[in-house]
Design a protein around this ligand. Structure first.
Ligand code: HEC
Length: 121
């Protein structure tokens, strides 16, 4: 009897923890971050995004194999998000070696602000 209660308690604990592992926040509704980027950087960012990221994150950033990125500038600081793109995480490949510093700056401008621009570059 005692073993059954213990298993039940363990099961409930796992379920409770799992609620936290699903991101239910509607990040897209939070809009762009208040950073300002030059038009030139935004154009480059859209290009880099299309070439290197869209296949996994969707051309509009709404996600496919990888999670949606729209509005995630409110989930991650600029530095955190940059490190993630440079180093990767689990099935997310790192781009620190494949892209130049400028291309990484540009793609960050795109995912933090560019997704919300009225004309798509
Ligand atoms: C091969 C597929 C793939 C490509 C290409 C890819 N990503 Fe990802 N990305 C992923 C996956 C899968 C995750 C989830 C990683 C995890 O579970 O920790 C992710 C996570 C992320 C996250 C964190 C999202 C969150 O809410 O936690 C950011 C930001 C991101 N990617 C940006 C980019 C950018 C920018 C590019 C292009 C330079 C890119 N990714 C290219 C698959 C990819």
């Amino acid at each position: 009897m005692r073993n059954i209660s213990l298993s039940l308690a363990a099961l409930l604990l796992v379920l409770a923890l799992c609620v936290g592992c699903i991101d239910r926040t509607d990040w897209a509704s939070k809009g762009p971050t208040d950073e300002n980027y030059s038009a030139q950087l935004m154009v480059l960012g859209a290009e880099v995004y299309r070439d290197s990221c869209a296949a996994c994150h969707g051309s509009d950033g709404s996600g496919s194999f990888g999670p949606g990125l729209v509005g995630k500038g409110h989930k991650y600081s600029y530095e955190e998000q940059r490190r993630l793109v440079e180093r990767g995480r689990r099935s997310m490949p790192g781009f620190g070696a494949g892209l130049t510093e400028d291309e990484i700056s540009a793609v960050l401008a795109h995912i933090r602000v560019g997704f919300f621009a009225t004309s798509n570059n």
